[in-house]
Design a protein around this ligand. Sequence first.
Ligand code: DGJ
Length: 709
Amino acid sequence: MRTTITIRSTALSLVLGLPERGMPEILAFGRAVAAPEFWPRVDRPGRVNGMDVSVPMSVLLPTGGLGFFGWPAIAGHRAGRDFILGFTGWHAEGDEAATVLAARDPVARIGIKINLKASAHGVISMSIALSNEGNDSYWLDRCMAASFLIPDGPAELTSFTGMWGREFQMRRAPLSNGLWMQENRRGRTSHDRFPGVIVAAGGETFGFHLGWSGNHQIAVDTLDDGRRLVHLGELFEPGEIRLAPGESYQSPVAYAGPDSAAFHAFVQEELVSWPGGRMQPRPVMLNTWEGNYFNHQPASLMAQASAAAALGIERFVVDDGWFGRRDDDSTSLGDWTVDAKKYPDGLQPLVEHVTGLGMQFGLWFEPEMVNPQSRLYAAHPDWVLQVEGRPLLLSRNQLVLDLTRPEVADYLFEAMRAVLASVAITYIKWDMNRDLTHVGGADGTARTSAQTRAVYALMARLRQAFPDVEIEACASGGGRVDYGVFRYAHRIWTSDCTDAFERLAIHDGAVQFVPPAMLGADFASSPCHQTGRRLTIAFRALVALAYHLGFEINPLELTPAEADELRYWIALYKRLRPLLHAPGAFFRNAPQDGRFIWGAEGQSRIVVFVAQAAQMIGEQPPSVRLPLKARADGGQWHVAAIHPAEPEFIWPSKGQKALLAGEISFGFDSLRLTGLPLPMLRPESGVLIELERIDGTAIHSGPATADGA
Ligand code: DGJ
């Protein structure tokens, strides 16, 4: 008789059977399943794969050998010996919310601990620690953080691809037999292989994610009975993880969730550590990059800050170019002292001006990097990651510092501490502009894993020293977006592409795992600096408004009419952000015929964005059906407002005009089941529709407020 263990979140349950020998069997996984009563008593078939013993297939973190013929999630050896692991003596501590399973392999002398947690928002997390209990080194070739089980039968997997400026492009494909594998070897989370997948199988949908900013593997292994194990973990270079006697390997954390709403609420409410313990309304930001690039002129920046404040902007972030002799991207990374040529009086006058306007001040750093042309490199050429006898490969003229060396981490901490302590900085844009190529430490061994941990340690140290400082995670745009960095970061710079047309798909992909409140979306100039595309102010504002709104403009270049228009959108963002950023309020429809639909649902107000990218193929669009949460008391609703006042609709009918003017009311279920019959939109245009509940006493929100309740 096996012992069963249940981990139960508000949405997902995981039921495990602890064996006498081998890994825990996954007896059930999915939407709030009850513990399957018969599994503890009914064994799997006596003969599987010709073995005379019953070897369960659907196990957590299967090890190779001993009758399991699938993809092993853990593999290692002692100089070639002890290549098989078989754990015994399993015991569990904890409850349905948090359990630790522990066991030992007395032959290979390895201990294992599996950490399982159920979140109050429906997400289950898993991580593992392996310890070397022997007297000699143990090399870990592979150690996944988690395995999750998905049902047999047809299954569709969504993964994320892309490149610089075009991140989070979703691709769907049916899962077949054999192994589906994604490997990231870029040393940062990457633009092209986000560490997460969505799998639809057996009538359920699951999201899986590895919270890790380094190399990773995601393997989906189809078992003999058609079910599939999804494994997520770090990817190691050869020889990278050697455990000395008594040492342990701690994996990153992997997450499973039922949908984006659960992931959003989990991240925002449980994972992120907000200054003061709670997320404050996300301030409208202005980032100086596209408006100034390296050309920093304090007088102009002050004037820009004043103009920004007059628009309603609440945070002013000085991007790259303020330090060393940084007039272009060829020099000075590593020299984190203010450029006295550009800022003869230091940053103080600018910071005082910005904070005097009631805005927060933020500053850009790229701590992990050094230019060969810098004082730091001249003094410490040995501080960079390198492999003896191999060429140092530059990327954007820069090399990567070996943060695993304490003196390097201490130098960076001290340099950043000095800047942060000298002026009132409450925000860091933490950039990282190259992939890692020759990640060798002083001893010649690979170091990607240790480097990733060292980056986290530096972030943690700075956050501890400056608990009120928020961090924006940026890596040439969205190259470091994952739940590992979200333990320290509060916003992501989603993409260097600020073209609203391209951003539609980028946001649609990123928001699968990133809460809208943390997804950085900046309004930028037209023509767009990356694509040359020209787009209206309304379209650019609409595409950014549901997320963490920012600006990449020089506000001094706006005409009075443009400034007025921006003031309107900024005021609207401020009014709607409590609802747009309420945990779990966000919804979206899968894009269809160039049309993107997203929004947020509150008790008495629903906000819907509809944007048309390319021209539609269909002669008429289908009605806008909203994926809203069912509720018993649906009530009567109407359109309370639309933005802009005159959207670029094509041939609206009389009835549609009346609907949009709020003259027609409808039941809540119509929204879900029949949808809003909206007219076609011109390409590259959009509309924001505020729906308001108009019946009964349950109305909490007047036209001037938005409730996230
Ligand atoms: C890449 C970032 O993604 C940009 O926003 C900007 O900060 C530049 N780096 C500055 O070098």
